[in-house]
Design a protein around this ligand. Structure first.
Ligand SMILES: Cc1cc2nc3c(=O)[nH]c(=O)nc-3n(C[C@H](O)[C@H](O)[C@H](O)COP(=O)(O)OP(=O)(O)OC[C@H]3O[C@@H](n4cnc5c(N)ncnc54)[C@H](O)[C@@H]3O)c2cc1C
Length: 388
């Protein structure tokens, strides 16, 4: 058991940290939030730094690095803002990993090099108006028509919706019920019959594109099937890498809030002393650090266990669940350390507390993760449907 980063990983973290300070990513984070605009200009910059697709296969332009390297990069960037970390997240732990692991040669050649250059991106499209936690009830479906599939249905809350070039759509094949009928296909932006709903207005993660996708008789070539019906398990296993990335976002946001709170506590004075001299303030900061460090161990363990492949479902679920709740507690505490200024948009912890709340839902709610964890602990499945 080695708890130390290697030299390459230390350099990666240090490079990102100094870039963020040099280029004033703190200010950029405030601007992104105020204008609700995605920082597109970072795509090329991050591509040039080999941060995009660092975990993807080298044959297609990726870096071939283990998942933990991407997790470290996401965490470091998310200390400034999850929106700044988003391109690294999407290109390393997002839906493109499904294509990298299970796609055809043609799909990989068409998509992965463009993702690594920051020219293409792939969104994951699972959730529907009546199928969120209950994902295997999804209704979007395809029927065969010669060499094509005809796709109909609707997806909601798709991150990257309207902006991504490619969409990995979880769909039912024909009328096969339950999880056995679900597979994944690639739908390209601009395909006739494929349109977008209005952009979501979220309380946090402002600037993140997200919208409904509408499929009306979209003709998708069969060669766009990544995983056919019966391979729902592989789709979800790969999604556990995304869950580690989601947890890394939480480490970053919490780490950013902790740094802000510490600095403020040393500077702000009350009763003639810096507030860090009050034990209650010290204990708030200590509790924040304690929770963050515990989450970090869980997230790093899950990511290290994944190597260049997939994490353990148990470890990834545990890490995401704990980190999702930790970041809400830590950012709430940071707001308290800031007193009235913690509630003001002139200081970053208010934004961090809003961003923090997204991760408990995105990528599967903490309740659903607990159901998965209970299955591992009891050694049996607990079907959530009545009568079973
Ligand atoms: C910021 C953000 C980004 C997202 N990005 C994407 C994306 O890129 N692609 C995508 O497909 N989706 C995305 N989503 C959607 C997300 O995956 C779903 O919102 C989530 O899975 C929950 O589904 P739901 O909203 O339908 O809630 P529901 O499933 O309706 O759940 C409502 C509440 O009931 C609880 N609940 C439901 N069933 C049970 C049960 N059996 N036991 C206990 N509690 C239960 C839930 O935990 C939750 O608290 C995103 C969501 C957010 C907020």
């Amino acid at each position: 058991m080695d708890f130390n980063l290697n030299e390459e990983q230390k350099l990666l973290v240090e490079t990102i940290r100094s870039m963020g300070e040099r280029e004033n990513f703190k200010q950029l984070a405030m601007e992104i939030d105020a204008k609700a605009e995605f920082p597109h200009h970072l795509m090329k910059k991050f591509a040039d730094m080999d941060l995009l697709g660092m975990t993807l296969s080298p044959e297609y332009g990726g870096g071939g690095a283990p998942a933990i390297n991407a997790i470290l990069a996401i965490e470091e960037l998310a200390k400034f803002s999850p929106m700044i970390a988003a391109p690294v997240f999407e290109s390393n732990v997002g839906a493109v990993r499904v294509i990298d692991l299970f796609g055809t040669e043609e799909q990989k050649r068409a998509i992965i090099p463009g993702v690594c250059k920051g020219e293409l991106s792939v969104s994951v499209c699972m959730t529907e108006p009546e199928a969120g936690s209950d994902l295997t009830s999804l209704k979007t479906f395809v029927v065969e028509d010669g060499d094509d599939l005809i796709l109909n249905g609707q997806k909601v809350f798709v991150t990257g919706g309207g902006e991504a070039s490619h969409y990995l759509v979880y769909t039912r094949f024909g009328d096969i019920p339950g999880y056995k009928g679900i597979g994944g296909i690639i739908v390209e932006a601009g395909m006739p019959g494929f349109s977008f709903g209005k952009q979501e207005e979220f309380m946090g993660l402002r600037g993140m594109p997200s919208c409904d996708l509408i499929f009306e008789d979209v003709r998708v070539p069969k060669k766009n099937v990544v995983l056919p019906a019966g391979e729902f398990g592989k789709l979800m296993l790969t999604f556990d890498i995304e869950r580690c990335g989601n947890a890394a976002m939480c480490l970053g946001v919490a780490g950013g809030a902790l740094e802000e709170a510490k600095a403020y506590a040393m500077e702000r004075r009350a009763f003639g002393r810096p507030i860090c001299e009050f034990q209650d303030v010290q204990f708030m900061i200590v509790d924040m650090a304690m929770k963050l460090e515990a989450a970090r161990l869980l997230v790093y363990r899950a990511a290290c266990g994944a190597g260049q492949g997939l994490p353990s479902v148990y470890e990834a679920s545990l890490a995401k669940c704990f980190a999702n709740e930790m970041v809400v507690e830590v950012t709430n505490a940071a707001m308290l350390v800031f007193g009235g200024y913690g509630y003001s948009k002139d200081f970053p912890v208010e934004r961090m507390a809003r961003d923090a709340k997204a991760w408990r839902v995105a990528g599967g709610t903490v309740q659903m993760l607990r159901i998965t964890l209970a299955s591992f602990l009891f050694g049996r499945r607990f079907d959530q449907r009545p009568g079973r």
